[in-house]
Design a protein around this ligand. Structure first.
Ligand code: NAD
Length: 463
């Protein structure tokens, strides 16, 4: 693709994002409003109605959401790739499906009871009310569906403030969720948003008195903004996940897992392997094995520099290369290769910009170190204290334990691809809101609920 075609693509994308979305139903029932005030008021009213339904009925609404999204997974995945110009259609299908199938619902709300001579006390998880959720462009439908399932299961309604660059996909997702709830007999507007989401609208939403909780999923800026509101907030921020490989690892498997994880949706997930740190003894074998599993290795210093000039500007990744295919990036460098190439690897020093910056593209730097202790120390350094995600390939339990203790990340995947950490071919539930900064970890329904105690004195204890 030439520079002119690239510019044209950007212009088309901009025009599309400015277009009003053609919804089949009237706007209010779809939950999309022209002003944030209207969107919040509608969600407020919807929440008042939602809590009048039984838990069984709430569960039916959640099942309806899962089914509606499941039936539209292809559509949402296609829309996201076309609108944002980022990621891989087939991977977005997997991401959307894991959200639908593995995001916890009402079963996550566990009650607690105390009983004795003085009676019975129960602690139950209740809704906050209206939650304001800010969502990223990298997982647009996935984050909205995941947040909606958890937040509505807890009895809340949600005002979404999606990234402007993924507006169409996000608003379509909200429309599907609302239609599912309405078709299942529930209230309209349990999720709402505005026709033209912007950062200014997000700010308006966060400061509105009817918003009782804020959940921000995105980079450092939005998490800081959410935490500065003085309200209850969950912040799910940026990561820069290192993958450490020691000499005891199954190198062939480690190579495949790392390339699979790093290239999943073209490195857009915040949990994806962003750099590899490997002990000298097995570095050459790892690089060789990565080539066998879909990597294209740049071995000349000048090619690495050319790649850096191509994809970075003023120390930051260039927007037009984020989430792009590896073969596309290589073609811009004048290197012809086929679509089987999933990632671009290169050996660099530990302080290289490719290592320290979160690139979100299938460009995977590999750093050679003397031993596992050096690897762990460097991984801790380049993770920047985000406490987000790290990966280790090792068969030495002491090394795995040492790494886990030192890196302190919310997600630590051992001997597998990073996506196993969010339930894709890994055990455990799914989330697309990983709250490292505020400590909830992999958020689910219980995190979107308030703990309330109800005390009955002198009664109902049957012991
Ligand atoms: P982004 O930070 O540019 O935008 C995220 C959202 O925040 C968007 O809706 C945007 O409009 C809004 N926003 C940005 N700055 C804001 C501000 N000052 N006030 C109010 N709203 C603001 O991020 P992105 O490019 O959409 O997503 C990629 C980033 O998000 C990466 O850094 C990635 O690691 C991170 N991420 C984290 C998680 C997680 O669970 N921890 C999940 C997905 C993405």
């Amino acid at each position: 693709m030439t520079e002119e075609t690239q510019k044209l693509e950007e212009i088309i994308r901009l025009v599309l994002s400015e277009m009003t979305i053609d919804f089949p139903n009237n706007k209010p029932s779809c939950g999309i409003y022209s002003s944030m005030e209207e969107a919040i008021n509608a969600a407020y009213e919807a929440q008042q109605k939602l809590v009048t339904f039984s838990m069984e009925q709430r569960g039916i609404f959640i099942e309806a959401i899962r089914n509606e999204v499941r039936n539209n997974v292809e559509l949402l995945s296609k829309m996201a790739v076309e609108e944002t110009g980022m990621g891989r259609y087939e991977d977005k299908i997997q991401k959307n499906l894991v959200v639908v199938n593995k995001t916890p619902g009402l079963e996550d709300l566990k009650s607690l009871a105390f009983s004795g001579d003085d009676g019975l006390t129960v602690v139950e998880l209740s809704p906050y009310g209206v939650i304001g959720a800010i969502t990223p462009t990298t997982n647009p439908s996935e984050t909205i569906v995941c947040n909606a399932i958890g937040m509505i299961s807890a009895g809340n309604s949600v005002v979404f403030s999606p990234h402007p660059s993924s507006k169409r996909t996000s608003l379509k997702t909200i429309e599907l969720i609302n239609n599912a709830i309405i078709k299942a007999g529930g209230p309209a507007n349990v999720t709402t948003s505005v026709e033209k989401p912007t950062i200014a609208e997000a700010e308006l939403m966060m400061s509105h008195k009817k918003i009782r909780m804020i959940v921000a999923t995105g980079g450092l800026g939005v998490v800081k903004a959410a935490l500065s509101t003085g309200k209850k907030a969950i912040g799910a921020g940026a990561g820069n996940p290192p993958a450490v490989v020691d000499e005891t690892a199954d190198i062939e498997k480690a190579a495949k897992d790392i390339i699979d994880g790093c290239s999943f949706d073209n490195n857009l997930p915040c949990i994806s392997e962003k750099e590899v740190i490997v002990v000298d003894q097995v570095t050459d074998y790892l690089l060789f094995s990565m080539n066998k599993h879909g990597a294209y290795e740049l071995s000349e210093k000048e090619d690495i520099q050319k790649l850096m000039d191509l994809v970075m500007e003023n120390g930051q990744p260039k927007k037009q290369f984020i989430g792009k295919n590896a073969d596309y990036i290589l073609k811009q460098l004048g290197i012809d290769c086929d679509a089987s190439v999933r990632a671009i690897t290169m050996e660099v020093e530990g302080d290289h910009p490719f290592v320290v910056k979160e690139l979100m593209m299938p460009v995977l730097p590999v750093v050679r170190v003397n031993d596992v202790d050096e690897a762990i120390d460097l991984a801790v350094k380049v993770e920047h204290g985000f406490r987000h995600t790290a990966i280790m390939h090792s068969k030495n339990v002491d090394n795995l334990t040492k790494f886990a203790k030192k890196i302190q990340t919310t997600v630590l995947v051992k001997n597998g691809p990073s996506y196993a950490g969010i339930g894709v071919k890994g055990e455990g539930y799914c989330t697309f809101t990983i709250a490292g900064p505020t400590g909830e970890g992999l958020t689910s329904t219980k995190d979107f609920a308030r703990s309330r105690r109800c005390v009955l004195v002198d009664g109902l204890s049957i012991r």
